[in-house]
Design a protein around this ligand. Structure first.
Ligand code: SF4
Length: 245
């Protein structure tokens, strides 16, 4: 759901801000519902986001948020620059989470976000979903080769070497048909070695054409709670994804 949602959870006292974006330029992941909230109209996007950001600024002050998590149903770098610039009063001096596909990430693009938004720390979340390349690309349709994962890990080291306050965190998707629990466990272990941490996301099926949900064993549940920086069970208001109209 588009809007601003306060949350107190293992990531801190934060505001989750769901903006309207353009449709994701990849748009081929088998499970993705985010296009339901997006628009192809720049005017609509500017208007809608202006009111969401205004409300978010008020809320962040009210709850004394120390962290802001921004979603736009695609990569942060696909937002119009005018929308990114609107966020500055919200992000300056706070921890900022953004999401991006790997192909938008470089020292230059990440440094630009730091320069414009001046967060105390920038956490870039990347939807890698599963470590196994075949499952990731043939089953989930992610279009992310293993070489990109290694490049991202190296990028994280390069940013650290120049003193950038940037972390790279991998999403792992679980509870989805086609990704066995053993692969979820392997993914968390491998991504924890390559990145600053893992956020596990419980898959929710939004459309009949999407893969089925799979059960989650108690063993997996307790492994994820122990091994991930955060487990998102998909129960927050922001997960009510529907038409933007
Ligand atoms: S990259 Fe993200 S937003 Fe784009 S289609 Fe895949 S899941 Fe959806």
């Amino acid at each position: 759901m588009l809007g601003a949602f306060p949350s107190v959870d293992p990531l801190g006292r934060r505001l989750i801000v769901v903006l309207q974006g353009f449709p994701c330029s990849w748009g081929r992941c088998s499970f993705c519902p985010f296009y339901l909230e997006q628009s192809a109209s720049l005017r609509d996007i500017l208007e809608r986001n202006r009111s969401i950001v205004a409300r978010a600024i008020e809320l962040a002050r009210e709850i004394r948020a120390d962290r802001v998590t921004v979603f736009n149903g695609g990569s942060f770098f696909e937002l119009p620059l005018a929308v990114i610039e609107m966020l500055k009063p919200l992000t300056r001096g706070r921890i900022l989470d953004i999401e991006s596909r790997p192909e938008f990430l470089s020292v230059s693009s990440v440094s630009t976000v730091l320069r414009i938004l001046e967060p105390s720390r920038l956490v870039v979340r990347v939807g890698l979903e599963v470590f196994d390349e075949r499952i990731r690309n043939e089953v989930l349709g992610k279009g992310i080769p293993q070489s990109e994962i290694l490049r991202l890990s190296k990028l994280r080291e390069d940013l650290r070497a120049i003193g950038s306050p940037v972390e790279v965190v991998a999403y792992v998707l679980f509870g989805i048909e086609g990704v066995p629990e053993s692969e979820v466990v392997r993914s968390v272990r491998e991504f924890n070695k390559l990145f600053d941490g893992v956020i596990a996301i419980r898959y929710r099926r939004y459309l009949p054409s999407h893969p089925s949900e799979a059960g989650v064993s108690d063993e997996l549940r307790s492994f994820l709670e122990r091994s991930c920086m955060y487990v998102d069970w998909g129960e927050g208001e922001e997960w009510s994804i529907g038409s933007s109209k």
